[in-house]
Design a protein around this ligand. Structure first.
Ligand code: SF4
Length: 482
């Protein structure tokens, strides 16, 4: 039997019901103090708000002295309390979140997806991740995993959170078939154009389409993925990655236009999500250099034959190390030259270590000074190189953004902030989807703006690494209360 992924639909409906309930509780609390909390099942909070809220009125009735400073102050305090209890009902019961969720740029519900993983419920675990971010597999490969630095399971031994959602993603993607599916909510009668088919654009499209919005994605390249397409294949299984991109664009109300460059806003849309990234390579002047000069994206897209060649990579971000590691694999001798100090290298530490262990040389405190023929001169020395690849960063195309701006445009992802990590861009895109939905009057449907927590089960099922590693989350030293 064909297996399809639809666990996010069930979870979305549950979260949406909670959202509707909170909205109803808010309205009840406006009718009578504390009623909203009672409706939510928080009896003691409801009774406390009712008593404290009504007492001043009763007091005024008893004293019966009309308006004076004392009674005005009392009424003002009561008004404040009335507002606070209404806000409390709107927010619902709160909880103390875990350090890993707090540190994840997208606030992924780590304890929730781990609790499902611990029970071997792969589909539910994958869906729990999707509440705050799509792409458990891709991010499980490419995220710098700041969450692990604060994991409190054991000192010096964080849980392998990133590897866990990668493996959950691998399991799910290898067993499901991606088929067209209907949105989670009835058609909303609204249409949104998403300009840019990278991870940020797909994130916004996924969440908006899930709530019944008609979405059209415009991508200038011949395939979706944006910068993902420049990741070397030793870092990502592209077959699975493509399947994951397909999964998140599989709603029947998403239309994808490939090979279409949009420089001005298309007509007949209610809103525009501009997720064109930051892919303009910063300029670098190699005057006097007579070897091959390649920009990093050109290099990563079509790497030349490099056996026995010498390659200089200038810069120390993730892209610089992607270039260096790929060049090394192609048989080159590779030097990464960076003008800053070792501590300020921007690439993920694991990447730097992997590159060095593969034979890449890293030189810090080396500022580029110029070139004479094939000789490149740096502040720390000079040498001959066959290829020069300056990976000195990316910029936003301001002219393009200007042409796509309007009162209904939402600039998001790296286009809004400049180059960041994939998870940061995805997180911003989800927040943009919330803002767009609110603007279109669909805020109540935003299941992806809800908090999600699930009690940790006791004991682990036997499903190998996923279940046993996830079960360690039970022993988190940090309290996570619902
Ligand atoms: S996306 Fe990154 S930061 Fe968030 S939970 Fe996964 S590894 Fe951690």
């Amino acid at each position: 039997m064909v297996k399809v992924f639809d666990a996010d639909r069930k979870l979305a409906r549950v979260l949406w019901k909670g959202r509707v309930k909170r909205a109803r509780a808010f309205r009840l609390s406006l009718l009578f103090p504390g009623l909203g909390q009672v409706y939510q099942g928080r009896l003691s909070a409801g009774v406390a708000f009712s008593v404290i809220g009504l007492f001043p009125l009763y007091y005024l009735y008893l004293v019966g002295k009309g308006l004076n400073y004392g009674t005005v102050t009392l009424l003002a305090a009561q008004g404040l309390l009335y507002g606070l209890q209404a806000l409390d009902a709107k927010r619902g019961a709160s909880r103390e979140t875990s350090p890993c969720e707090d540190r994840c740029p997208a606030s992924v519900a780590v304890p929730a997806f781990l609790s499902f993983a611990q029970e071997g419920k792969i589909h539910e675990s994958y869906a729990a991740f999707c509440v705050k971010s799509p792409f458990p597999y891709i991010l499980g490969r490419l995220c710098p995993a700041p969450c692990e630095s604060v994991c409190g399971v054991l000192p010096g031994r964080p849980l392998k959170i990133k590897e866990l959602h990668r493996r959950v993603g691998e399991r799910l993607l290898s067993e499901v078939e991606v088929v067209k599916r209907s949105p989670f909510f009835p058609p909303a009668g609204r249409k949104v154009a998403v300009i840019g088919g990278g991870l940020a654009g797909i994130t916004a499209a996924y969440y908006l389409a899930s709530i019944g919005v008609e979405v059209e994605i415009f991508e200038k390249e011949e395939q979706l993925g944006g910068l993902l397409n420049y990741i070397p294949d030793f870092k990502l299984d592209f077959e699975l990655a493509r399947k994951e991109l397909k999964l998140f664009t599989s709603f029947e109300n998403i239309k994808v236009h490939l090979g279409v460059e949009v420089r001005s806003l298309p007509e007949n849309f209610d809103a525009y999500v501009v997720a064109v990234g930051a892919q303009v390579e910063k300029s670098f002047n190699p005057a006097g250099y007579t070897g091959f000069f390649l920009t990093p994206l050109k290099f990563l897209r079509e790497p030349p034959k490099l056996k026995g060649k010498r390659v200089a990579v200038v810069g120390a971000g993730d892209t610089a190390f992607d270039v260096a590691r790929l060049a090394r694999r192609l048989g080159a001798e590779v030097d990464v030259l960076y003008r800053g100090r070792r501590e300020s290298v921007k690439a993920q530490e694991a990447e730097v270590r992997a590159a060095i262990s593969e034979g890449v040389n890293l030189y810090t405190g080396c500022e580029f000074k110029g070139a004479e023929g094939k000789r490149l001169i740096f502040s720390c020395g000079s040498s001959d190189y066959d290829y020069l690849v300056p990976a000195v960063g990316f910029e936003v195309d301001r002219e393009l953004i200007g042409g796509l701006s309007s009162e209904n445009s939402f600039i998001t992802g790296d286009a809004a902030t400049g180059m960041t990590t994939f998870i940061e861009a995805v997180s911003r895109a989800r927040q943009t989807a919330v803002a767009v939905a609110q603007k279109l009057g669909l805020g109540l449907r935003c299941w992806f703006d809800e908090d999600f927590y699930r009690e940790k089960p006791k004991g682990a099922k036997s499903c190998g690494f996923i279940c046993s590693e996830a079960s360690l989350c039970e022993h988190c030293g940090q309290s996570v209360r619902s």
